[in-house]
Design a protein around this ligand. Structure first.
Ligand SMILES: Nc1ncnc2c1ncn2[C@@H]1O[C@H](COP(=O)(O)OP(=O)(O)OP(=O)(O)O)[C@@H](O)[C@H]1O
Ligand SMILES: [Mg+2]
Length: 244
């Protein structure tokens, strides 16, 4: 909780239908200061839609989504409050990594020198002047992460941030997220990489068919699963492959 008593991320009773089909059904979750929360669930379970509602990109049909106590759209300094990675494929192919980050810095009102810092931090300095269209998935993911970090936000909302990262990149990301949370930040990330989530997340929330079917600390999930987070997940999702 912050000084106002608001959790960094809070969703209460979120509901969303697309074309008459309920895709997010009464989802509530909260991420506290210093916590990394993993949002898990089969393909099509509603994870991205939930994150998009938290970021004001999708309007909920019901419920409320807040970051540090306010709906995203009402934040005074959105980029300095919450850094987001939603779609690493969303980079403009003709712009270089450095250009993307300079634009992100400009929008957030942070000095261009910060761009060089985050480029180094995500290991993209040597490739910063290449066009994003020539980047591998992991390189795009690193630039997207750098953009999320550029304004030193207090909260991170990341949709499958480890996808495409090599083992060294994943190790770096886990360490980075842990350090971010240990410094008081809050992280909500979706992932299918259960081994990764097991190592980095303090809490896990599992969505199936748009509903929260489990919400617990990772330690509780591991104890309940017996053999690890994968066993816990498979039991909850009943071996479901997703997509209805
Ligand atoms: N804009 C949209 N229009 C119509 N249907 C949508 C829209 N956005 C999402 N959906 C549907 O809502 C459901 C949940 O999608 P969502 O992308 O949130 O799932 P997810 O849990 O992120 O899945 P994945 O693990 O594959 O990323 C899916 O059935 C999807 O097709
Ligand atoms: Mg998704």
């Amino acid at each position: 909780m912050d000084t106002d008593g608001h959790p960094p991320v809070q969703a209460t009773g979120l509901r969303k239908s697309f074309r008459g089909r309920l895709r997010v059904d009464d989802v509530s979750l909260a991420v506290g200061h210093g916590r990394v929360t993993g949002l898990l669930g089969p393909n099509g379970a509603g994870k991205t839609t939930t994150l998009r509602m938290l970021l004001g990109l999708v309007s909920p049909d019901a419920g409320r989504a807040t970051v540090l106590g306010r709906p995203y759209r009402d934040l005074d300094h959105p980029a300095r409050t919450v850094g987001a990675v939603l779609d690493a494929g969303g980079l403009h192919p003709a712009r270089t990594g450095r250009q993307h980050l300079r634009m992100a810095a400009l929008r957030a009102g942070v000095p261009a020198a910060r761009v060089e810092e985050v480029l180094h931090e995500v290991g993209m300095a040597p490739d910063a002047d290449r066009r994003a269209g020539s980047y591998s998935l992991g390189m795009r993911q690193r630039v997207a992460l750098a953009a999320a970090l550029v304004a030193r936000p207090r909260v991170l909302v990341l949709d499958e941030p480890a996808t495409g990262l090599d083992p060294t990149g994943m190790h770096w990301l886990r360490g980075r997220l842990r350090a971010f949370a240990d410094a008081g930040g809050a992280v909500l990330l979706s992932s299918h990489l259960l081994g990764d989530v097991e190592h980095v997340a303090d809490d896990v929330v599992v969505l199936v068919d748009g509903r929260v079917v489990a919400s617990s600390t990772t330690d509780q999930a591991l104890a309940a699963g017996g053999g690890g987070l994968e066993d816990f997940y498979l039991r909850l999702t009943d071996g479901r492959a997703g997509v209805r």
